[in-house]
Design a protein around this ligand. Sequence first.
Ligand code: IVH
Length: 701
Amino acid sequence: MQLIEKRDDAASRIEALRSQIEHHRFLYYVLDKPDVSDGEFDRLFRELQDLEARFPDLVTTNSPTQKVGAVPSTEFKQVKHEIPLLSLSNAMSDEDLDKWSDRIVRTLEASPEEAGQIAFVCELKIDGLSIAVKYENGVLVRGATRGSGDVGEDVTLNLKTISVLPQKLTPLADGSVPKSMEVRGEVYFPLSSFNELNAALANDGLPTFANPRNAASGSLRQKDPRVTARRRLALWAYFVYISDPHFAEPKTHAESLDLLAQLGLPVEPSCSVAYGIDGVKQYCSSWFEKRHLLDYQTDGVVIKLNDRALWPHLGATAHSPRWAVAFKYPPDEEDTLLEGIEFEVGRTGAVTPVAQLRPVQLAGTTVKRASLHNFEQIRRLDVRIGDTVVVRKAGEIIPEVLRVVMEKRPADAQAVEPPTQCPVCASKLERIGTEVALRCTNPSCPAQLQRRMEHWVSRNCMDIEGLGSVVLAKLLELNLINDPADLYTLTQESLSLLKLQKLDEMPDQKPNQKSAKKRSTKFEDKIVQNIEASKQRPLENLLSALGIRHVGTSMAEALAQRYGSMQEIMAATDLHSLEGAGPAVAEAVREFFSHPENRELIHKLEEFGLNMKGTEPAVKQVANSAIGGKSFVLTGTLPSLDRTEAEKLIKAHGGKVSSSVSKKTDFLLAGESAGSKLSKAQELGITVIDEARFKELLEGS
Ligand code: IVH
């Protein structure tokens, strides 16, 4: 290494080192995906330390040398948007759409015939939060929230944890990327993850998010980016501003969406070009019901004039451009009759009031039940049996009672008092600490046991197919199981007792099967196999299955990763230092393992052969394989594997996948119609392999 003598050279080297070190710390601490060895990292760090020692006036408090080992944390600096983020005017009806398009037709002086041919791009309006992400020379350099539209918050580190948002753009076929560009898009919380997150929060007695948009915003604006990383946010890009005189700008909005997709950004696939305002209306009505099948919440359609050259002619108001509009669907709310209130006991004993409703069609499904959350909510809403209530689908999955239609309250509407006894085992209910939930404190309450078992076998836990709630109830009733460990004692014979009791209580079977006897034997076999297979689930699944308070899927993952085995977690004395965990988690984990019956359960599970260890980092496992630690780039179409399969295989064998070819690339896996990546790899002398050779490498030859 050359010795740097000049202060200016030192300053620029120091700056470069700081940004490289910050980048590697982010990969290491936040994403758990380091891409350099510890040795290489130490070398960079020492070089920075040496330079700072020789030029002490260049030391700054935010230098990585001054905050050793600290986890990168967002500071939410303010960001002035170079181009303000405007909002959109709303169209609440077909008439509003007509008014919007009439103005365009007038401004463009289009004849009625031409008006019917105006091209509009229709995109689903994603209910999340808008962000602006800047790429310089193809590299993500900054991301900010919309904020006031003029000034937003710098959430770069948090945005970088969103796996679908590329940190580097995919170059186009000619190898180019815009020199500078800003992508606008919507960060959202997938509904499946939202419902999981809220269920976990509710179960821990913590406040839940009102809707996926709040959850997205709360998660993106976390101080600790590792918390954001665990929240599994996603994003759709819908806009691009390019500043590069040598780059051909897209002429239409549809082309700009294509360009975004080619550069590797996720673009919502339902977008489409419609002709004339009638075409737009058709698009809007075609998605009214269908949108509920998507894994993200949409509250309308954004319509943009396709020809970008026409935009300046239409102009904008202070808040919104005239070449775009947001068509809003009516809210998913309906009135219905509250026929009764049932009390349900959860797996931690929390008793939840559930509204029994006269069935009503809402967001594409029939709703008969809705959550009332807790008794404070019943009091706050003043809900009585016999009331007409407004029901809404919040996360589009769990409906909730919003309010009472007081004008329709009948004289005999019945107020509801909180129960004093558990509705299942009649034990006294208690309120623990400051929690709003009432809890049944009887650890052998059958309802709690049933819920605990349902949780144990659920998909994110031990994932045992075939053990539905009916089968579990039967097993509990026959005393064949009393705790999760008992599942591992079940045999075909003991399961056959269920069939002897009542065959029609088995889960649905396909009607075309031969005899009842034959099909249930097969079914029992399958359950035994599934139970056996569940012993190999990853440590984080087992941890989630235990149902420790405050330990949902993401916290279980964090614990498994940090400690690597059940033994280590049970013995840990530094749980409070686990980032994102906080004292409540540490206390809950400690408390759980302090109970002898829980320790005994773990012991029994271990005896039954359940996996108690986390997976070693893949690279270590396959240190000698031809793939471990190697960097791959994929291009073209492979004969039998699709791209995702190939990527999975590489990662499973400890390799890395990058989107673009560089000197660091070890292999280019190329299929048919490979493009510019192939020529670049050849230029750089990188080994190019086909699928057959790739398969040989997988086998370690
Ligand atoms: S375009 C000037 N496209 O809706 C262009 N916005 O009501 C402004 N949104 O603030 C945005 N999906 O947060 C656009 N496909 C989409 C969108 C979308 C959701 C949000 C965005 C915006 C708000 C406007």
